[in-house]
Design a binder for this molecule. Structure first.
Ligand SMILES: Nc1ncnc2c1ncn2[C@@H]1O[C@H](COP(=O)(O)OP(=O)(O)O)[C@@H](O)[C@H]1O
Ligand SMILES: [Mg+2]
Length: 292
């Protein structure tokens, strides 16, 4: 059976301050259903405060939804003790925003990659697993004795992603993994994530408000606004025929996209879908149409 992560009818609210403050609770998610399976790449887009991170935390079983259920292949994943969720964390992993910034500078690459294997009590040959994770992100395994300070920014991004891959997960949840990165680093991370989906059949839920990245990477897009899904569909079609004002606003925020002629847009979208390659973002005349 191919792996599938499902969130069904999820609702979540943050309690409103201290009891005597009588602040209303924030409904951060309302009745959200979403699934991501092996080999699928789904974008989750929405303006700041729309509930994207809350949805990711809920799917990661870091907190309990007020309604709904998170399931991995029909087995419920409920927020709880570390031990009760090990099975889930081996399969569903997380790539944080600015991945390299999440690395402890005192640890060697070897130690950084060993940590999730220890925490999740993965049995087997850890040395081999670490080598394989480094190979998957195309990082020279000779670097294992080094510390983050001795590697370049791009190499550290790879280490951070290798950390998410070392337990051989099937699903990756990435919260704005390229925001705040300069263009070359952004492209490095996007290329890596794209290869994980197409080559390794990883499932990817990619949170971003970078629609150029979304067009490059994700087959489907889900648009969140005030904690509700307002629009979803195939990315190419959604970017072409967005009907919800929130989606249109997000598209308008990408330089180049609104200025494109209809025929150029069609070309770009068709290319980016078929090849998952940044070259698909170049118009016929060679200009970059979607890059910020
Ligand atoms: N820890 C928190 N306590 C109270 N409210 C929160 C907390 N985290 C987020 N929120 C609120 O929940 C809503 C959704 O936030 P979030 O999921 O962080 O959105 P996004 O990731 O799309 O920017 C926002 O209204 C935000 O202010
Ligand atoms: Mg967020």
């Amino acid at each position: 059976m191919s792996t599938e992560l499902r969130g069904l009818n999820l609702s979540y609210r943050y309690s409103g301050g201290k009891p005597w403050q009588a602040k209303p609770a924030t409904a951060a998610l309302t009745d959200v259903s979403l699934s991501v399976g092996a080999g699928q790449s789904i974008a989750l887009v929405g303006s700041s405060g729309s509930g994207k991170s809350t949805l990711l935390r809920t799917l990661l079983a870091l907190h309990k939804p007020h309604a709904g259920v998170v399931e991995l292949d029909d087995r419920p994943a409920r927020a709880g003790s570390v031990a009760s969720l090990r099975w889930y964390r081996r399969i569903v992993q997380y790539v944080p925003q600015n991945p390299a910034g999440s690395l402890d500078p005192r640890m060697t690459i070897q130690q950084l990659l060993q940590e999730p294997l220890h925490q999740l009590r993965v049995r087997g040959d850890h040395r081999r697993m670490i080598q394989e994770a480094l190979e998957r992100v195309e990082l020279d395994p000779a670097h294992v004795r080094r510390r983050p300070g001795e590697l370049s920014g791009g190499q550290n991004q790879r280490v951070a992603i290798a950390r998410a891959l070392v337990t051989s997960p099937k699903i990756l949840l990435a919260d704005e993994p390229v925001s705040g990165l300069d263009l070359p680093l952004r492209n490095t991370v996007l290329d890596l994530l794209g290869r994980l989906v197409t080559r390794d059949r990883m499932g990817l839920l990619f949170v971003s408000h970078d629609l150029a990245a979304v067009a490059q990477l994700c087959q489907r897009t889900v648009v969140l606004s005030s904690g509700r899904i307002v629009e979803e569909g195939e990315t190419a079609r959604l970017l072409k025929e967005a009907s919800h004002p929130v989606t249109r606003q997000l598209i308008a925020a990408v330089p180049g996209l609104p200025a494109m002629s209809e025929s150029a847009k069609h070309t770009v979208m068709a290319d980016s879908q078929s090849s998952y390659n940044r070259s698909g973002l170049h118009g016929r005349n060679g200009t970059m149409l979607l890059q910020p």
